[in-house]
Write a protein that binds this ligand. Structure first.
Ligand SMILES: Nc1ncnc2c1ncn2[C@@H]1O[C@H](COP(=O)(O)OP(=O)(O)OP(=O)(O)O)[C@@H](O)[C@H]1O
Ligand SMILES: [Mg+2]
Length: 254
């Protein structure tokens, strides 16, 4: 099956930098097989998400969407891409426009993709808020009136309102307290189950990775050192770096 998203031999060097932030990256995101990107801080996880989102352009290699090279100039392809691939950023406090009401924030993808008018978007926004467990009257309020967990739900409602096939999420639960984290993880699991959503997720929390993603890629200093089935990678790591990563996870004393 053709992957929805694919990186082929991708490298990215930031302007002014002497080294590649990521290098020799080949990864495929298959529909229905959620992928986790793990690795320590600075390993290149966010850089890979930005490449997959078309927000950064590779200095070598190609980013492919539905089997064709992603081209920012191809307007028809970009439209399909933006409808199919949405994202949720790490920080629920800064990722929502504070000047706009939640209704307008969540409706934004429908409006900018030209799918809906302000009024025809309303029932879809209400349904998206309902799916993430927020009441319809949340539409009339501002993001600052919500808690961190609720804001992350609003961000997920915005990202899923146009029913994307793939959701890219950068540490979607790391800013949340433990109880709220569980609720957001349950929500993501539900969206996978009910909407057939494919997740590409960056997370430091390996238990979250294990519960949500069928596949895992391990990054060290801009290189993928290991990738494959999550149970295999986390249960029987082949690379010493993966083993160190797993051993560094704090555990409650037995
Ligand atoms: N805009 C930029 N300009 C220059 N270098 C950058 C830029 N963004 C990231 N980098 C560098 O690229 C490397 C990878 O960064 P990246 O943000 O992808 O790491 P990460 O794995 O997401 O880390 P974290 O877990 O801390 O979020 C780092 O060495 C970082 O310093
Ligand atoms: Mg990051």
């Amino acid at each position: 099956m053709t992957p929805v998203l694919e990186l082929r031999d991708v490298a990215l060097r930031h302007r002014g930098s002497a080294v590649d932030a990521v290098k020799d990256i080949s990864l495929a995101v298959e529909a229905g097989h959620s992928l986790a990107l793990v690795g320590e801080s600075g390993a290149g996880k966010t850089t890979l998400l930005r490449l997959l989102l078309g927000l950064a352009r590779p200095t070598a290699g190609t980013v492919r969407f539905d089997g064709a090279e992603l081209s920012l100039r191809d307007r028809e392809q970009m439209r399909r891409f933006r409808r199919s691939v949405q994202c949720v950023f790490q920080d629920p406090y800064s990722s929502l426009d504070p000047r706009r009401r939640v209704g307008a924030v969540v409706a934004e993808p429908l409006r900018s993709l030209g799918i809906d008018t302000r009024s025809s978007a309303v029932p879809k926004v209400a349904a998206a808020l309902d799916r993430v467990g927020l009441p319809a009257d949340a539409m009339d309020r501002y993001p600052h009136e919500f808690s961190g967990g609720q804001r992350q739900r609003i961000a997920i409602a915005r990202a899923t309102v146009c029913r994307p096939r793939v959701l890219l999420a950068d540490e979607p639960v790391s800013a949340l307290d433990v109880t709220t984290r569980v609720k957001v993880v349950d929500l993501l699991a539900e969206l996978k189950q009910e909407q057939g959503l494919t997740l590409v997720m960056v997370s430091h929390d390996l238990s979250v990775v294990a519960s949500l993603c069928e596949r895992t890629a391990v990054l060290e200093h801009g290189h993928v050192v290991e990738q494959g089935d999550t149970a295999q990678v986390l249960g029987h790591p082949a690379h010493p770096y993966t083993r160190r990563l797993i051993d560094s996870v704090p555990r409650l004393p037995a």
